[in-house]
Design a protein around this ligand. Structure first.
Ligand SMILES: Nc1nc2c(ncn2[C@@H]2O[C@H](COP(=O)(O)OP(=O)(O)OP(=O)(O)O)[C@@H](O)[C@H]2O)c(=O)[nH]1
Ligand SMILES: [Mg+2]
Length: 363
């Protein structure tokens, strides 16, 4: 996909048989040698809703080259005033709960039934270890992937959860500036990634399966407290059991303290496959939106999120500055070795390297 390719990718022309040029390869080569865009061209393209340019800008956001990062920040800054008038929904659930199928169903409901635009993003905590991204895959979203009103971007694959979340957040803002008024963010419900996604959305939906409901399926208390709704998916398989599970969850939720939003979390059943209940899930999201806008919670939550992003950006900047510092680079390996071998406490080592860093910054 051309929109996924880095701007500055080096492409070597095919040289398998000198003298003969495969026209297909030559065309590919031409296409890959895209001229660099100016910041104006990026911003204009994004605001026009040009998907190829949006894709290229996101590639800049995902890049770790300082030059790309700088350009990405400029684009982001100029797009920011055009972002924000949107609905952001986080969708989590255990592997296999049906998140991707659900997003396909909900996304096409938005594009086809409601004529709205939707961007699908993902935060994939496994990327850090596997090096690949499994979420937001287009294979389970075939109709949506082919839909002009939808934009699907898999999880950025590199970096820590914090880095992945930051890139997803920035990607979300660019998508909003490009006119995608609904944002769906998928994450797998196994770790800290839910918290990261919760911190970037207006509505947080947990997908579960019927049956193993007695203990809330081992889902951690913290996740339940974040959810605005639980949808028991795959209700088509056994509607009675799904309804039973729904009731169990609903009564279990009563044991939790009321949410700060004043919203009482709902439990519903649905089938991402037959699409039963999908439209009413969206009605519920809209109801929640109206409710939280009415009581001021919507704006308060977005402001708190902005504050959190600010703090994270500061932390990120400090860390980068620290890691790039030549004194730190020179002395840290020895200090790490000393900590490894037990000759130095981690605290003492940290103090020494921070002292070095500070003295160098002053000098
Ligand atoms: N019968 C039935 N099957 C479903 C439904 N939703 C999803 N499935 C099936 O469940 C399997 C897993 O669905 P996915 O959408 O890939 O689930 P996921 O939660 O995205 O999975 P991961 O991305 O691996 O975490 C697939 O075989 C789907 O076809 C549903 O509502 N009913
Ligand atoms: Mg999936």
């Amino acid at each position: 996909m051309s929109e996924d390719r880095p701007d500055t990718l080096l492409v070597v022309p095919p040289v398998d048989s000198p003298g003969s040029v495969d026209p297909h390869q030559a065309a590919l080569y031409q296409r890959r040698r895209r001229p660099a865009l100016t910041p104006d061209e990026y911003v204009d393209g994004i605001l026009r809703g040009d998907r190829a340019i949006l894709g290229r800008a996101i590639t800049l956001i995902e890049s770790t080259r300082p030059r790309d990062e700088e350009l990405a920040q400029e684009i982001l800054e100029r797009c920011l005033p055009h972002a924000g008038q949107t609905l952001r929904v986080g969708i989590t659930g255990a592997p296999g709960a049906g998140k991707s199928t659900f997003i396909e169903a909900l996304g096409t409901h938005l594009t086809r039934d409601r004529g709205e635009r939707v961007a699908v993003l993902a935060v994939d905590p496994s990327s850090e270890f596997s090096g690949g991204s499994i979420l937001g895959d287009k294979t389970r979203m075939e109709q949506l992937a082919a839909d002009d009103r939808a934009f699907i971007r898999p999880s950025p694959a590199r970096g820590s959860l914090g880095g992945v979340a930051r890139r997803t957040r920035e990607t979300m803002l660019l998508c909003e500036a490009a006119g995608f008024g609904n944002i769906l963010v998928e994450t797998v419900g196994v770790g800290q990634s839910e918290t990261a996604v919760y911190a970037m959305v207006d509505f947080f939906l947990l997908l579960m399966l019927a049956g193993a409901g007695d203990e809330l399926q081992g889902i951690k208390r913290g996740i339940i407290e974040m959810t605005d709704a639980i949808a028991i998916n795959k209700a088509d398989m056994d509607p009675l059991r799904a309804e039973q599970t729904r009731r169990q969850f609903a009564s279990a939720l009563h044991l939790f303290p009321p949410a700060a939003s004043g919203w009482t979390p709902r439990v519903v059943t649905c089938s991402a496959m037959t699409r039963q209940g999908i439209a009413s899930v969206w009605e519920m999201v809209r109801e929640h939106h109206a409710f939280t806008r009415g009581n001021g919670y919507f704006d308060a939550r977005r402001r708190a999120q902005l504050r959190r992003w600010l703090n994270e950006a500061i932390e990120h900047g400090l860390r980068e500055d620290f890691q790039r510092n030549p004194e730190v680079q020179r002395h840290l390996p020895a200090l790490e070795g000393a900590v490894d071998s037990g000759r130095l406490s981690p605290f003492r080592a940290a103090r020494e390297v921070l002292d070095l860093y500070r003295s160098q910054r002053k000098g």
